[in-house]
Design a protein around this ligand. Structure first.
Ligand code: ARG
Length: 577
């Protein structure tokens, strides 16, 4: 249903230009008087030895361009402009969406292929901050996008649950830990003693030795140290789980760094076998100058492993276990060098799956005129952002009678505020290219008329309410048979229908570039185009039965389209607002 691709295919048959090249050249004209798509003929002028204008004129007469769904192909200067048969477009697109429902845009491109999406990966005993929320939202959306395309998706949470800091935590907990406080608010308590440890360490260097000793014991599996570590891990996980539940996110496994720390011998085995480990200032490293990268340290001079070694073990494990088609890491851009090094080491070791590993990076999170009770290091905790967003959404809905239906009770408003408030945060993370920095501002994220989740959800709910009213009047029973799609030919109608037709393509492109914003942007365009149509036309009060039924079918398709997109983004809609 991608008209651009289909036009490219015809251009290719007629002119011999490869379809992919034609596809890339096709433009959407700036004015609708110039048609729906335009093909600039310059590219053909060399091979055909004619001026682009002459080529355009000649091509416009070719009968193959007057397919059933192309109304006409017209030459304007060097351009060949295509006008779609609007009624035909309405009929094909809407019938398909109504038939396929939420499966519209599904594909089998991923059949038999496994994609690992590693995301979120917070650190045990540390607050879940807004940066971890970025990877969480992005990874969650990507996992849904790949799933829609037929891939087997494994969602992994690579918990930061290993490292020397746990020696410090164990030491600190024995000195100052408060069991009650730990039960009440685990991460706050663990953070408190961790900070305290660092202060105390400055005065008493003996503490550092103690911490190192405790970490060594932990690594050797000493029962008391291990029990404490497990306690910290379990309690932190419980707190993370609450955040995940709130956001509707789940994982297939939580194999964190500790899980892979046992598998370092495999890494060393491989690197030794390939003769790649070299000595450098007491450490063992892999040189990567041919990749233009600094050496990757595998074993530190004190014999301990590092983050990168555990990541190498993780890729090897994932390859063994899943034979992945792609292994995706949704991690902030500051770690780009780390991933380049890890992938380069694998490549140098001759591992073919190195090329299937992808670092999907993202930008920073900033705030405009927003105040939070920030903690150590100016960290903004996600939970606070979510709660504040929900509370503000509730206020807006309560104080603005225009955006809520009459007679709604408080409980219902709370439910809506919850979904809209959380959706607003999610959408802000996903609405632009992931490598750009995010700026949160209440005005924008909660603007019910802006490029926001509230706008999408409101549009969905409003459309649902039209359909509910139609249903009450018995207008939906024969909607499909009554609908005369050849009447849906106004600019507004065609505009929104063409956007709906783009959903499958947008999903596929979102996956190939790992950019969920492509789905977010389309959803927002669909909602805007639909509202334009809605404001300019009467839907329920129309007297022409064929037109009324066709418009109701369009409403139904809009709901399906918005639902598909919001689902892929991880945003929940509401049926009524
Ligand atoms: N826990 C790390 C952090 O919070 C992110 C882990 C990323 N994943 C990985 N495989 N290294 O910075």
């Amino acid at each position: 249903m991608n008209y651009r691709t289909e036009i490219a295919a015809i251009i290719s048959t007629v002119t011999g230009l490869p379809a992919s090249e034609a596809d890339a050249l096709i433009e959407v004209p700036p004015q609708k008087e110039l048609g729906d798509y335009a093909f600039p003929c310059y590219a053909l002028s060399k091979t055909l030895r004619k001026s682009p204008n002459a080529i355009a004129t000649e091509l416009s007469a070719d009968p193959r361009f007057s397919d059933t769904w192309i109304e006409k192909a017209e030459a304007v200067g060097p351009y060949l402009n295509f006008f779609l048969d609007r009624g035909h477009v309405a009929r094909t697109v809407l019938s398909r969406i109504l038939d396929e429902d939420i499966r519209f845009g599904d594909s089998d491109e991923g059949e038999g292929k496994t994609v690992i999406v590693e995301f979120s990966s917070p650190n045990i005993a540390k607050p879940f901050h807004v940066g971890h929320a970025f990877t969480t939202v992005l990874g969650h959306s990507l996992s849904r996008i790949y799933k829609k395309l037929g891939y087997t998706v494994v969602r992994m949470n690579h918990l930061g649950d290993y490292g020397t800091q746990f020696g410090k935590l164990i030491t600190a907990y024995r000195l100052w830990g408060d069991e009650q406080a730990l039960l009440a608010s685990p991460i706050d308590e663990l953070l408190r003693i961790y900070v305290k440890f660092h202060e105390a360490e400055k005065e008493d260097p003996g503490l550092s030795d103690l911490a190192r000793e405790n970490f060594r014991k932990l690594e050797e599996g000493a029962p008391e140290e291990k029990a404490l570590w497990e306690k910290f891990r379990d309690m932190s996980l419980k707190e993370f789980a609450a955040v995940y539940e709130k956001m509707g996110v789940s994982f297939d496994n939580y194999n964190g760094e500790s899980f892979y720390s046992d598998r370092i011998p495999e890494v060393l085995g491989l690197l030794n076998e390939k003769g790649l480990l070299v000595e450098s200032e007491g450490a063992r490293v892999v040189m990567l100058e041919e990749y233009g990268l600094p050496p990757c340290i595998i074993i530190k001079s004190d014999g301990t492993t590092i983050y990168a070694s555990r990541d190498l073990a993780a890729v090897m494990y994932r390859n063994e276990t899943y034979r992945f088609h792609k292994n995706i890491y949704v991690v902030g851009l500051p770690q780009a060098l780390h991933f380049k090094q890890v992938f380069a080491v694998l490549d140098k070791a001759g591992q073919p799956y190195a090329k299937d590993c992808v670092h999907v990076g993202f930008g920073l999170v900033k705030f405009k005129n927003m105040k939070f009770s920030t903690r150590e290091g100016n960290i903004v905790v996600l939970d606070e952002l979510l709660n504040e967003s929900i509370a503000k959404t509730r206020e807006i809905i309560k104080s603005n009678a225009l955006i809520r239906e009459t007679g709604m009770n408080d409980e219902h408003i709370d439910e809506i505020a919850n979904k809209v408030g959380i959706g607003a945060v999610i959408y802000t993370y996903l609405r632009a290219g992931r490598e750009r920095d995010i700026i949160f501002s209440w005005e924008e994220m909660l603007d019910f008329e802006g490029d926001s989740a509230p706008y999408l959800i409101y549009t969905y709910a409003r459309t649902r309410s039209i359909l509910r009213k139609a249903d009450e009047r018995g207008l939906l029973t024969d909607m499909r048979s009554e609908a005369d799609f050849s009447l849906l030919i106004s600019d507004d109608e065609t505009g929104v229908i063409k956007l709906l037709a783009e959903i499958p393509d947008a999903v596929a492109r979102a996956a190939s570039t790992n950019e969920p914003f492509m789905v977010a942007r389309l959803a927002s365009q669909i909602a805007r185009a639909f509202n334009r149509f809605y404001n300019n036309s009467s839907i329920l009060s129309g007297t022409d039965i064929g037109l009324r039924a066709a418009r109701l079918a369009l409403c139904e398709a809009i709901c399906t389209g918005l639902l598909i997109c919001t689902n892929l983004l991880g945003i929940e809609v509401v049926e009524q607002m």
